[in-house]
Design a protein. Sequence first.
Length: 254
Amino acid sequence: MTPDIFPLVAGNWKMNGERDKLDQLALMAQGVDEELADNVDVVVCPPSTLLYVATTLSEDTGLQVGAQDCHNEASGAHTGDISAEMIKDCLADYCIVGHSERRVDHGESDFHVAGKAQACWRAELTAIICIGETEAEYDAGKAEDVLSRQIAMSVPEGATEDDTIIAYEPVWAIGTGKTPSPDDVKAIHAFIREELAQKFGGHGERMRILYGGSVKPANAAELLSVENVDGALVGGASLKAEDFLAICDVYRKL
Ligand code: 13P
């Protein structure tokens, strides 16, 4: 947590979820009651095939909806891609960009990621920009260098706390059940905060920094109470309403 920063928990369903998972989404929408929504922003990012039905199901509830990626252009000859404008047209409010799975599977560079973040702003979506070192980079003691480069190159000039969220996801912690210790999370989030403050001044001091990588109900309270951890980006544990809501519920008590 950071004083005066309103936290956010986002669930990234990745390439999971056919229509039969919409009952989980409906349960999430039911679970985000007024008390919870007063304490934390709760966002679910289903696959784009379910985006519009997700915003329809969560209409007039506290649950918010985001997409998992977008193209940098508004429209055109880009078979299979979706634009930030299309996501906005589905009534979603957020879009994840630069997830390590996109960086690896689709060869997305920092430059691509920055273009996608700008596309989000153009469409009035909040960009959730992911950064994080690989296991090899971590073992080589290069985590800070990697994060510093990613912040410099993937987060465009002019980013503010209103249009941008940073998600720190150490690649070695994604889907592995491994997490950094709370002390390590504290140190790395403090480093990210410093870099953001240097680049964006007061906006960097107020920008939300999420932690992602094997967040579960069992470790959420410990991770989310760390200084400069302003929420979580949750993968596997966001597919079940019960688990996802249990993670969000940490903010009823923090
Ligand atoms: P897991 O929570 O499954 O480790 O995934 C984290 C993630 O990549 C969220 O974007």
